[in-house]
Design a protein around this ligand. Structure first.
Ligand SMILES: *Cc1c(COP(=O)(O)O)cnc(C)c1O
Length: 377
């Protein structure tokens, strides 16, 4: 079965690639005491480090001006293409501090390759795996003091690219900017892992066949916001989408993939049909479950079958996964015509053990037997 995100070696040493980035230090970095305060209780995506990595592209010169510069506002012409036609892609990864102080990231090659696939779908220029990883490394090295060391804390990394040409014509932009920004994050579940409730959306879709569902682009998130609001109005934490064509099979959440654990120990996850985003966490979890002896099937999961399985007890656990929350147990599924608690509604044992295994690897507490970690600092 596929864990179709292979390792991809860099063409040169990371050292040499990072050297290509010109460091222009901030004249006004945050004071040590203020940074320590920000690191003590970070709120997701609210505080950013002193710098950002940046590379500029145009159709004539390709990628140029690799640099790490002070974090700050971008100046944009009101006609900038991204503001009108949403030609934009992004990634989400983390830098983890290990007990010995070193800083590592998890499968950055997979994010770099996915970024390249997203760029292709959104008609943006392709950025090399070398440049993607070097930009991340260059930023984390300059802002290494911002990588928290608390339990399940990390530095969230947000690489992104947007069409920067000021032009209202409808065609791929002839100019683009690639940036990496970073924000310290604490444990996703501040008071222990809590199961979430999921609203199954029947009417609104996130992505359809031939669309941009498999690309990590802002537009997919824009279309998920109204359904997410509806989920909350219905007393649920998050929304899960069904396939747009038939509205009968499970796809994924707005920003997380989904897994179903059967009572017989086998595990299922929706197959990648082109409208689902292939998560790095998803692929890693498939591997870890297989390592632990679970049969993992990537297949079409009809909602009716799932609800029946919850009812007759053959579905033991459901969980969602993604870089930000790692693994989130799902305790309840609700929709217009049903409201079901999964097993006892608590966090399941397979869910929690795969979560533990993954975070143990990421934080250097367990052997990195698949070679998933890359040292940054
Ligand atoms: C980013 C994302 C995921 C999770 O991907 P990871 O690589 O595991 O973080 C899942 N679904 C969607 C729609 C996403 O954008």
């Amino acid at each position: 079965m596929s864990t179709s995100l292979p390792q991809h070696p860099l063409s040169q040493s990371l050292e040499d690639l990072v050297e290509l980035f010109d460091v222009r230090p901030s004249a006004a970095p945050m004071a040590d005491a203020d940074r320590e305060l920000a690191l003590a209780a970070p709120r997701f995506g609210t505080v950013f480090t002193d710098h950002m990595a940046r590379v500029t592209w145009n159709a004539t010169d390709g990628w140029f001006d690799r640099r790490v510069e002070p974090y700050g506002p971008l100046q944009m012409d009101p006609a900038t293409a991204v503001l009108h036609y949403a030609q934009e892609i992004f990634e989400g990864m983390k830098a983890y501090r290990h007990a010995d102080g070193s800083v590592w990231t998890f499968r950055p090659e997979a994010n770099a390759q996915r970024f390249a696939r997203s760029a292709q779908r959104l008609a943006l220029p392709s950025l090399s795996i070398d440049d993607f990883i070097a930009a991340v490394a260059a930023l984390v090295r300059v802002d290494a003091a911002w990588v928290p060391s608390g339990e399940e804390s990390s530095l969230y990394l947000r690489p992104f690219m947007y069409a920067s040409e000021p032009f209202l014509g409808v065609r791929p932009s002839l100019e683009a900017e690639f940036l990496v920004i970073a924000s310290p994050v604490g444990p996703y579940f501040a008071s222990g892992v809590q199961p979430v409730s999921i609203w199954i959306e029947r009417d609104l879709s996130r992505a359809g066949a031939g669309g941009t569902g498999a690309a990590k682009c802002g537009g997919n998130y824009a279309s998920s916001l109204l359904p997410q609001t509806i989920a909350q109005e219905n007393g649920c934490d998050q929304v899960c989408f069904l396939d747009a064509a038939t509205g009968t099979a499970l796809e994924e959440l707005g920003g997380m993939n989904v897994f179903v654990v059967k009572t017989d120990g086998s595990v299922e996850t929706p197959e990648l049909t082109g409208s689902i985003l292939e998560g790095v966490t998803r692929s890693s979890i498939i591997q870890l479950l297989q390592d632990a002896g679970h049969e993992v099937r990537e297949r079409r999961i009809p909602l009716d079958e799932l609800l029946e399985g919850i009812g007759d007890g053959s579905v033991a656990e459901i969980f969602a996964c993604g870089t930000a929350a790692v693994v989130t147990p799902i305790g309840r599924l609700a929709g217009t015509s049903f409201d079901q608690t999964i097993a006892d509604g608590g966090a399941g044992s397979v869910t929690m053990s795969v979560r533990g295994e993954l975070t143990d690897i990421q934080y250097g507490r367990a052997a990195d037997r698949h070679g998933w970690l890359r040292r940054l600092v």
